[in-house]
Design a protein around this ligand. Structure first.
Ligand SMILES: NC(=O)c1ccc[n+]([C@@H]2O[C@H](COP(=O)([O-])OP(=O)(O)OC[C@H]3O[C@@H](n4cnc5c(N)ncnc54)[C@H](O)[C@@H]3O)[C@@H](O)[C@H]2O)c1
Length: 378
């Protein structure tokens, strides 16, 4: 691989920590840094893993230009820092999500421009507008909603949404900040010749995901089964029939390895990335997989009210990324759930307070010690 100094923002988060550690493992001679403000509860659990894996940790905030300016030189930036919840801003000010996901990304872009570095951006399927996605024809089966063929629509087939699905319509503040960031990334690629690649990911999951109700639902579902605590089917009738495709974070890393070998594709283009219909579940189906993996059955409550930013079905048509990079996700929903369940079993004591209890009112961001001693990767 041609990159020797990699900066991963959000590098203590679920995706960022995985990518940073797996990159360092795959290419032991490169330097990898993880920058994170530790805003996400549970990200602090990744700090010892990063240190053990030879990844340097930089405590910093991408919203703060001084923090970003203090980064060591890098030739690849993997941008995984975000407020990743689609609910962000709904019950208060939109400014935090805008400042994190848009203004913060601009600071990252500027740093990439100064260092003439390549940039990989983790975007989202949430760039596609909610109204048109929910208007796609569907039928209700006993365990899940299913898209039906019948009408034709650009960028859509029952296999999923492709990159040319029309973008007109509201998409949530989260989706809007990601799409706005994508546009700026493409301008930087065009104006400054930065190598830029955008992956619009569906639902990414796996061990070390600090799942909460509004983000990281698969890890949350497994954990609540493991610990025997509460869950609720919310929205679209409250029966748990809404469907998502899943992608194990290791399958995502397999794609990244291939993308790193094909820099001719880094021209600002965006790819849809996800497991597709073969690697999809409804919440009801997820419940059964969790029961099998944990041996626990729990009561699941029901709330039929639907959030304005929820979608009934989302499946990714990843044909383009699969064809261009000769990539195929391998891990099934059962593999994914089993993997998360065994991680929880192994780390029960440390993950219980994160995955099983509401955020304590006195929660404070942990103090990071030895910052100076800990930012030189091996
Ligand atoms: N997990 C998914 O299903 C999924 C799907 C599509 C896209 N994504 C995108 O992937 C990226 C990573 O998501 P994730 O699931 O790992 O979320 P995460 O919350 O686990 O990781 C994000 C990390 O960024 C850090 N962070 C937040 N704001 C920051 C700031 N201003 N400065 C520095 N660090 C900051 C958080 O502390 C956290 O550790 C995000 O951009 C997200 O939008 C995730």
């Amino acid at each position: 691989m041609q990159f020797k100094k990699v900066m991963v923002t959000g590098g203590a988060g679920f995706v960022g920590a995985h990518l940073a550690l797996l990159l360092k493992q795959a290419f032991p001679d490169i330097s990898v840094w993880a920058c994170d403000n530790l805003k996400r509860r549970g990200s602090e659990l990744n700090l010892p893993r990063l240190v053990r894996g030879g990844v340097g940790f930089l405590h910093g905030d991408i919203r703060c230009p001084e923090d970003v300016a203090s980064w060591p030189a890098f030739d690849l930036l993997v941008d995984c820092s975000a407020e990743p919840s689609v609910q962000a801003g709904l019950d208060g000010s939109p400014l935090p999500v805008i400042q994190n996901n848009l203004a913060g990304t601009v600071n990252c872009l500027e740093a990439a421009r100064r260092h003439q570095a390549a940039l990989l951006f983790i975007s989202t399927s949430r760039v596609y507008p909610i109204g048109p996605v929910n208007a796609l024809p569907f039928t209700e089966q006993s365990e899940r909603f299913v898209w039906t063929a019948g009408t034709t629509c650009v960028g859509w087939s029952p296999r999923g949404l492709a990159e040319d699905f029309p973008l007109a319509g509201a998409r949530s503040l989260y989706g809007a900040t990601k799409l706005a960031a994508e546009l700026l990334l493409q301008e930087y690629a065009f104006s400054y010749g930065l190598p830029v690649l955008i992956n619009r990911c569906g639902l990414l999951t796996g061990p070390w995901q600090m799942g909460k109700v509004d983000q990281g639902v698969v890890a949350l579902w497994v954990a609540r089964h493991h610990f025997g605590s509460q869950l609720k089917y919310t929205g679209f009738g409250g029966q748990g029939k809404q469907v998502r495709d899943l992608l194990h974070v290791h399958d995502f890393f397999d794609l990244l390895l291939r993308q790193l070998e094909q820099l001719s594709a880094w021209d600002g283009r965006a790819y849809n990335v996800g497991g597709g219909p073969e690697i999809s579940v409804s919440l009801r189906e997820l419940t059964r997989l969790c029961q099998d993996a944990t041996g626990q059955q729990i009561q699941i409550a029901s709330d039929s009210s639907t959030s304005p930013v929820d979608v009934r079905i989302y499946l990714t048509d990843s044909s383009r990324v699969q064809r261009d990079f000769h990539w195929q996700p391998r891990r099934t929903p059962a593999d994914i759930v089993a993997d998360i369940a065994s991680w929880i079993r192994e780390h029960e004591a440390v993950v219980r307070p994160i995955l099983c209890s509401p955020k304590p009112t006195n929660y404070r961001r942990p103090v990071v010690r030895d910052r100076e001693n800990n930012d030189n990767p091996g």
